[in-house]
Design a protein around this ligand. Structure first.
Ligand code: ADP
Ligand code: MG
Length: 670
């Protein structure tokens, strides 16, 4: 058995199970063993029933005090039984599992693990896991992996599959020598991979994660270093003539607002780069709403008046169209031709754009990955920009610049990353930082409230709408889910429509819609033809509608702090007071504590650092993962030590990697 084999070569995985794995992108054994658990749970010592608080997962040790009762309600079979310990009682219920009545007998004692809820003054637990006392005793202190699942694929099946591939894990080669591993206190790769799936204990798990994070950083830095080497000796093929400075000043003075000092500084740094002897490779970093787009526009302007073309690549179509609309306006007075190209552009239209790009009838092209497709050729590409850089791999960035003859490169990011780490992560780039917000911005007012505050929130939104403002409401799900207990966009929008009647125009948006539909809905929102937009997190990156003043986030507890900060960044972009309402759907102490960080600060750096401190045991990956860089588990904050080690190893043992190139250095994440 080896990495490339199909998962069906694992004993016990037949066609049916393998189909389920395909749903989550697992085909080969390598896919399986490099799909890490989402989290790990340990089984705690049972708690007293009386001390179990509402909505938290707990284990209780209880004696069965009633005969199991089976009821049929419509097409649902409900089996329930009462249990108690010395401090209180709980009513336990299973759905569609009538056989449960044969498992439980009055007088037996079991450990039940599940979420305790208080309903009508009674403690209840639905569908708990249950264990005999002996079995449970074995399980406490063991870290159980919890895998990403799909309907029909159970955690048990997943675990069994990985177990079946254990020989491949154990045969994993290590590209680091024993000496290097010892020097940097790194676990062998096969042992680390094994512990990722079957952690012996917490200490081993932590070391395993560190090793895997190290590998991700290492391959990232390795690739980065290669690019840097290639770029090092590039004399500028697009050297800007200082004559244009006056025009650039004119462009800036003509903007409808005054640039902040930080924006001016950034524009100047870009201009200096572009007129120097070597090509620009610059990162423009600034928190959400700091005004990066207009700095990019200034760079594009310099490019176009120097006689070249510019390309701006963004991660989503929605953002592409938005930038396109905004920049068209900015460049309109200058007779500069701007176009937009995405995967959704109709083929006929696409061909026309290709043609025009080649003939230099287009000066600036804005788009998604479509910009780096084969067939796209430029006449003379002088500048490439990537927005929301962390959504792209280093390779994609490179691919875009390869479309030209050594164009200048500007990458933009809102990821709040400390300068020392940024210098490592973006080793190939110089850095400009926008560290102030445009004048006149009023800090967003935040509140963290429970679901009982919804009605008040709706009325508050109504009062803002009456002032001519708009609102976003974020729900985690697209539609109702059988497994997840969270709000969904479709039903939620209906509910809001029902509440408001005709007085408020509500529409919804989610990622499963067609591109045309998404763009239409967003355009309508930006044009103020919609008052309230109920959306999933598709609007997370970059969307700009300064007229929106309320952001209401349902099930805030389900999102990472960094993501919530991004979402909140959609408001507070104009001169009006804006508000963010975090609805906490689960009132556990942890979730409240986490959300309070956001309530108390609008500063991305601070939030990122607090996020770290609040991780619970087992929460090694955090929820941060979503969207930040392209790592599977490495986290620049959490594993800053590994990042530094990886950088040292790269410098010190350069030759190891040259020798083993394409063999065992794990470049899989790039
Ligand atoms: P981000 O850095 O998040 O990409 P944007 O570039 O989208 O931010 O800018 C956010 C909003 O601020 C936009 O509406 C933009 O027009 C506006 N803006 C940018 N710079 C300034 C400024 N110096 N003064 C006033 N408004 C500005
Ligand atoms: Mg932006």
């Amino acid at each position: 058995m080896n990495l490339e084999d199909n998962i069906t070569s694992i004993k016990g995985i037949g066609q049916k199970t393998s189909d389920l794995f395909h749903h989550i992108g697992i085909y080969k054994i390598s896919d399986l063993i490099y799909t890490y658990p989402r989290k790990y749970v340990t089984y705690e010592e049972p708690v007293d029933i009386a001390s179990a608080s509402d909505g938290e997962r707990h284990a209780i040790m209880a004696i069965i005090v009633s005969h199991p009762e089976v009821k049929k309600v419509r097409n649902l079979t409900i089996t329930s039984v009462s249990v108690r310990d010395a401090t209180g009682s709980v009513r336990i219920t299973w759905f569609n599992s009538p056989f449960m009545k044969n498992v439980f007998h009055k007088g037996d004692t079991f450990i039940f693990v599940g979420e305790i809820k208080i309903k009508n003054n009674m403690r209840v637990m639905d569908m708990p896991e249950y264990y005999t006392l002996e079995k449970y005793k074995e399980m406490t202190k063991v870290w159980q992996p919890v895998y990403p699942l799909t309907h029909g694929l159970s955690n048990k099946t997943f675990q069994k599959a990985v177990k079946g591939a254990v020989e491949v894990i154990q045969n994993t080669e290590d590209y680091l020598t024993v000496e290097v591993r010892n020097e940097y206190e790194l676990m062998p790769r096969n042992k680390a991979l094994y512990n990722m799936h079957f952690p012996k204990d917490e200490e081993n798990l932590v070391r395993a994660i560190k090793r895997m994070a190290f590998d991700e950083f290492l391959s990232f830095l390795y690739e980065m270093r290669k690019i840097k080497k290639e770029n090092a000796v590039i004399f500028s093929t697009h050297k800007v003539n200082p004559d244009i400075y006056e025009k650039l000043t004119g462009f800036i003075n003509n903007l409808p607002f005054k640039l902040t000092d930080a924006q001016k500084r950034s524009v100047n740094e870009i201009y200096e780069d572009m007129k120097s002897d070597s090509i620009m490779n610059r990162l423009l970093q600034g928190d959400v709403g700091s005004g990066k787009t207009i700095v990019a526009a200034a760079a594009l302007y310099v490019t176009v008046i120097s006689g070249w073309q510019g390309a701006l690549m963004v991660p989503t179509e929605v953002l592409a169209y938005q930038h396109f609309n905004d920049l068209k306006k900015v460049f309109q007075p200058y007779n500069i031709a701007v176009e937009c190209l995405t995967g959704a552009t109709p083929v006929k239209e696409k061909r026309k754009i290709y043609e025009k790009l080649k003939n230099h009838e287009i000066d600036i092209i804005i788009g998604t990955h479509a910009l780096i497709q084969e067939g796209v050729e430029y006449h003379d590409l002088g500048l490439v920009i990537t927005d929301e850089q962390h959504r792209f791999g280093v390779r994609q960035r490179k691919k875009l610049s390869e479309k030209g003859n050594f164009p200048h490169m500007l990458v933009m990011s809102a990821t709040p990353i400390p300068r020392t780490l940024a210098i490592i992560m973006y080793a190939d780039l110089d850095i400009s930082i926008i560290d102030e917000l445009p004048k006149g911005r009023i800090p967003i007012k935040n509140c963290v409230v429970g679901t009982e505050y919804r009605r008040t929130s709706y009325n508050f939104i109504l009062s803002e709408v009456k002032k001519g403002h708009q609102a976003y409401v974020i729900c985690p799900l697209v539609e109702e889910s059988e497994v997840l207990d969270a709000e969904n966009v479709i039903e939620y929008a209906e509910k809001m429509k029902g509440y408001y009647g005709d007085s408020v125009r509500v529409r919804y948006l989610h990622g499963k819609m067609s591109n045309e539909e998404k763009n239409e809905i967003l355009q309508e929102f930006v044009n103020r033809e919609t008052d309230v937009l109920v959306s999933t997190t598709v609007i997370e990156v970059g969307i700009n509608n300064p007229n929106a003043t309320v952001m209401m986030i349902e099930n805030s507890e389900r999102f990472g702090l960094a993501q919530l900060h991004q979402l909140r960044g959609r408001v507070g972009r104009g001169s009006e007071q804006s508000y963010c309402i975090f609805i906490n759907g689960k009132k556990s102490k942890e979730s409240t504590e986490r959300l309070m960080v956001l309530k108390n600060s609008n500063d991305g750096f601070y939030i990122a650092s607090e996020d770290l401190k609040l991780r619970g045991p087992g929460d090694f990956f955090g929820i941060r993962q979503s969207g930040e860089f392209m790592f599977k588990l490495a986290d620049i904050y959490n594993h800053a030590d590994m990042l530094k080690k990886a950088q040292e190893v790269i410098f010190k043992y350069e030759n190891i990697f040259e020798d083993t190139e394409n063999k065992s250095v794990p470049l899989s994440i790039l």
